[in-house]
Design a binder for this molecule. Structure first.
Ligand SMILES: C[S@@+](CC[C@H](N)C(=O)[O-])C[C@H]1O[C@@H](n2cnc3c(N)ncnc32)[C@H](O)[C@@H]1O
Length: 203
């Protein structure tokens, strides 16, 4: 019975995700949520257990959110952005955790919501290559400014196209491919090397 409930919940999440894709294909950028295996592969690229403040961009149905909370310390915090208000509302209902704040707003507004200091980790599931150029640049600008000097930004994409832009902005980018996803996912872990410029001011 418990297994049947889990399967029903999963089918409901997938249906919600697909509806959102049909309504806004360029913003959602995928027909299925990221696989559990790819989520784990991505989060293995950053020291999430020691992070005080974590930010998630494009939380969707929460596949990263749950795994992040499982890995985070009891007194850490997670600020999750999801522009689709229905998905954000479902996420708030499904994952109740005092460390989590779900913001139904664009990731472009990150600076206005990150009150307690820079983020130690930023985890992005945003489809950067299909977002409007202005939104992509605004989000990367704000994320770059919000990241602590020794923080890590993780980015999942379905192509390697963004890699050059990430390298120019952050200085150091490690790449891994997770084959256990439809389609296979490119995972990027970005850290700031001393030479990398921070747009809008140095930290
Ligand atoms: C490819 S889906 C990833 C969802 C989830 N993280 C996953 O891996 O299954 C991208 C998500 O980003 C959201 N999104 C798109 N543009 C956004 C923005 N500017 N700010 C916040 N969320 C956004 C979409 O609504 C969608 O839920």
């Amino acid at each position: 019975m418990a297994r049947l409930d889990t399967l029903k919940a999963k089918a409901g999440e997938r249906a919600l995700f697909l509806r959102s894709f049909v309504a806004h294909p360029r913003l959602v950028g995928a027909v299925l949520p990221t696989s559990r295996r790819a989520v784990r592969d991505m989060l293995d690229l950053a020291p999430i257990p020691s992070a005080r403040r974590v930010v998630e961009l494009g939380a969707g149905t929460g596949v990263y959110t749950g795994e992040l909370l499982d890995r985070m310390a009891p007194d850490a915090s997670l600020l999750a952005f999801e522009i689709d208000s229905r998905m954000a509302a479902e996420l708030r209902k499904r994952i109740v955790d005092p460390r989590l704040r779900v913001v139904a707003d664009s990731a472009e507004a990150l600076g206005a919501h990150l009150e307690d200091g820079p983020a130690d980790a930023i985890v992005s599931g945003l489809p950067f290559t299909s977002l409007p150029l202005a939104a992509r640049e605004a989000i990367l600008d704000v994320a770059q400014r919000a990241l602590a000097a020794d923080g890590t930004m993780l980015v999942l994409q379905y192509s390697p196209l963004i890699q050059g832009e990430l390298e120019r902005r952050f200085g150091s980018v490690r790449r891994r491919i997770s084959a256990f996803n439809v389609p296979p996912a490119f995972l990027f872990a970005c850290t700031r090397s001393s030479g990398a410029a921070v747009r809008g001011g140095e930290r």
